[in-house]
Write a protein that binds this ligand. Sequence first.
Ligand code: ATP
Length: 277
Amino acid sequence: MTPDLMEAGAQARARLQAQVLARGEPVFNQGVALYVEDLRVAFDGFQALGGLSLTLGLGELRCVIGPNGAGKTTLMDCITGKTRPDSGRLFFGSNLDLRRMSETEIARAGIGRKFQKPTVFEALTVQQNLELALAGDRRVRQALRARLSAAQRDRLDELLQEVHLWSEADRVAGLLSHGQKQWLEIGMLLAQDPRLLLLDEPVAGMTDEETARTAELFRCLAGRHTLLVVEHDMAFVGELAGADGQVTVLHEGRVLAEGRMDEVQANEQVIEVYLGR
Ligand SMILES: Nc1ncnc2c1ncn2[C@@H]1O[C@H](COP(=O)(O)OP(=O)(O)OP(=O)(O)O)[C@@H](O)[C@H]1O
């Protein structure tokens, strides 16, 4: 290749990179979805996060566990921009500094969050809830009247199957079981095609069968999405982590241990502060 062509290639790459940055999209060229370094948050002098560091690989399914007050929710709040860290580094991909972005910008960049309590539109059907999510941030009535494109229709069908609600498509969401409502909300999050999904105690209140199906769903989503799951149900965490997945244990705002499920379960400190309780 001639020097001219090499120069033109470098300029084209730089232009592309600048466009991506201007659009606020993450760049995952290092294989890292989320990079957290020495994150600190204090509330009125009380240190909720005291130097937390964590790296999530692209497409990874990571479980975060730890006793009450360990900082799990605060970590999620920092990632979504709800809480502003006092110091530390927090990057989505290699380029997006989440500390400089608003909650809306962070959501648009592809970080979706599922809270413990489902928040679906109870009076609408399962399908209408998903249609709304696919239509984006348009107003409810306008979104319901808008016709979905053929691609969106296909995606709707895919979502209904993915979250096990195909046979419930025309049912009013208020009549679903607790577990089904949780799946519907996960489907609504997936409709926005997030790159990173934060899931806070997703199986709390679910039956054993619903919990097993949720584990299966999350394992299917990993790879296409990066998942960070906060959960106290250790059987569920074990299902998600499998033999090789990494589990992170938080305690007093820091990472106490990180490793495979069997390593974490055998860790004396983890047993003392969390598992042995
Ligand atoms: N807005 C706030 N103001 C004051 N203190 C707070 C605030 N948010 C969290 N904290 C404190 O920070 C610590 C960490 O809380 P956090 O909710 O992140 O823990 P957690 O690991 O999610 O706990 P749990 O498992 O009970 O949900 C707790 O001691 C909590 O009381």
